[in-house]
Design a protein around this ligand. Structure first.
Ligand SMILES: [Cu+2]
Length: 119
């Protein structure tokens, strides 16, 4: 009776797939969210650690960017209703602005990753 699919086998396969996807999701720490609304970044200064992800969420009806000022460490364009993520790879203080609206400015302060932090 090899042609009959046994329910036990199917259940094990479903659990295996589910566990794989949970494992993949938990490996990535949650992003630090910065909302863009009313032509401004929600936080004038955001603190992060090396390896953290920052996510900019554009709630305006126009395009915005998050553009790092000095060395162009990052430069992402965020369409209305969309979000973009950037991983902070270097420690330091980074000013960023919007290329379309240069009066929009904010800062990210990135500190070195803690030794106890699970990677
Ligand atoms: Cu803008």
């Amino acid at each position: 009776m090899t042609s009959i699919i046994r329910p036990g086998r199917v259940l094990i396969a479903i659990i295996a797939v589910a566990m794989t996807s949970i494992g993949a999701a938990s490996a990535v720490p949650p992003a630090i969210k910065i909302t863009i609304a009313g032509m401004a970044y929600s936080s004038p200064e955001t603190h992060a650690k090396v390896g953290d992800t920052i996510e900019w969420i554009n709630k305006d009806v126009v395009d915005h960017t998050s553009t790092e000022k000095k060395a162009s460490l990052w430069n992402v364009s965020i369409a209305p209703g969309k979000s973009e993520k950037v991983v902070m790879k270097k420690a330091g203080t980074f000013d960023y602005y919007c290329r379309y609206h240069p009066n929009m400015m904010a800062r990210v302060v990135v500190s070195a990753a803690a030794a106890s932090r699970r990677r």
